[in-house]
Design a protein around this ligand. Structure first.
Ligand code: NAP
Length: 263
């Protein structure tokens, strides 16, 4: 299927590693013009080189952007417009907030998580909308978590703000549909990124078990029997941003191998 993404201008935030990187790579493989960003210039440069080499697409640029900083977000979108003329697709991704229960987090933790995992998405969208509106089309995907359907123990900050993304995104879908701008939220279950490996190692140490044992137990709790690959997640994100999707907006979808049992 021709996904119609050749030459489209794509922004992927938090894309030096993990899911963001996989998504950027998949867009590059479709011939899109991709601008990746995160806080670490060295990592971004490595990722740019890797994506260019693997996909043969040289239209992959990077810019340093901490998405909790409003000026940094403005500069990110300006750069995409300067290089690629407009913004067709925005992929909103961010690092995860720290783990914790209600009793273990304070006001500062709540404020930081709000800025990283919800307000940052509001700001990026505010900056891209004029460009999408003026061309009469756009696609926005918010990356969240399986916790949008089922809260995860010890992750009260994530559970709260990921659910906020869903409400925000649904409301906005109603306002943007008239401009042919479609916005959806996609939640990863357990996708094999560096972060998930790190979390399994921390858990293994805490339980005095081996990393392999912890990972294997975790994989057994997923009906498909394994972690997802970043590319499997990226495939879905790219599909929802492509010409194949002209009618789905305001939805929340999990890519989780059947892990979450909620309807
Ligand atoms: P990851 O491997 O840790 O990558 C996180 C990315 O976010 C990095 O590129 C990091 O780059 C960037 N980042 C962090 N803070 C940033 C900031 N303030 N501004 C800009 N970029 C920032 O994580 P991942 O596994 O790909 O997960 C991506 C998101 O999905 C996270 O929010 C995570 O909690 C969520 N999630 C993932 C899974 C999963 O199975 N992987 C499951 C549920 C939820 P720099 O350090 O260079 O800034």
């Amino acid at each position: 299927m021709d996904l119609g993404l050749q030459g489209k201008s794509i922004i992927v935030t938090a894309a030096s590693k993990g899911l963001g990187k996989a998504i950027a790579k998949q867009f590059a493989a479709e011939g899109s013009h991709v601008l990746i960003s995160s806080r670490n210039q060295e990592e971004l440069q490595k990722t740019q080189e890797e994506i260019r080499l693997e996909t043969g697409n040289n239209h992959v640029e990077y810019t340093v952007c901490d998405i909790t900083k409003p000026q940094s977000v403005k500069e990110l979108v300006s750069k995409a417009v300067e290089i690629n003329g407009t913004v067709d697709v925005l992929i909103n991704n961010a690092g995860g907030p720290p783990a914790g229960t209600f009793d273990s987090v304070n006001d500062e933790d709540w404020q930081n998580a709000f800025e990283l995992n919800l307000l940052s998405f509001v700001r990026t969208i505010r900056e891209v909308l004029p460009h999408m509106r003026s061309q009469g089309s756009g696609r926005i995907i918010n990356i969240a978590s399986s916790s949008i359907k089922q809260p995860i123990d010890n992750l009260i900050l994530s559970n709260t703000f990921r659910a906020g993304i869903v409400g925000f995104s649904k409301s906005l879908s109603q306002e943007l549909a008239q401009d042919n701008i479609l916005i959806n939220t996609i939640g990863p279950g357990r996708i094999a990124t560096e972060r998930v490996a790190h979390l399994d190692k921390v858990k293994a140490e805490k339980l005095n078990k081996s990393y392999e044992e912890v990972k294997s137990q975790s994989e057994k709790s997923i009906p498909i029997g394994r972690y997802g690959e970043p590319q499997e997640f990226a495939n879905m994100v790219v599909y929802f941003c492509s010409g194949a999707n002209t009618y789905i907006t305001g939805q929340s979808l999990l890519v989780d191998g059947g892990m979450v049992k909620a309807l």
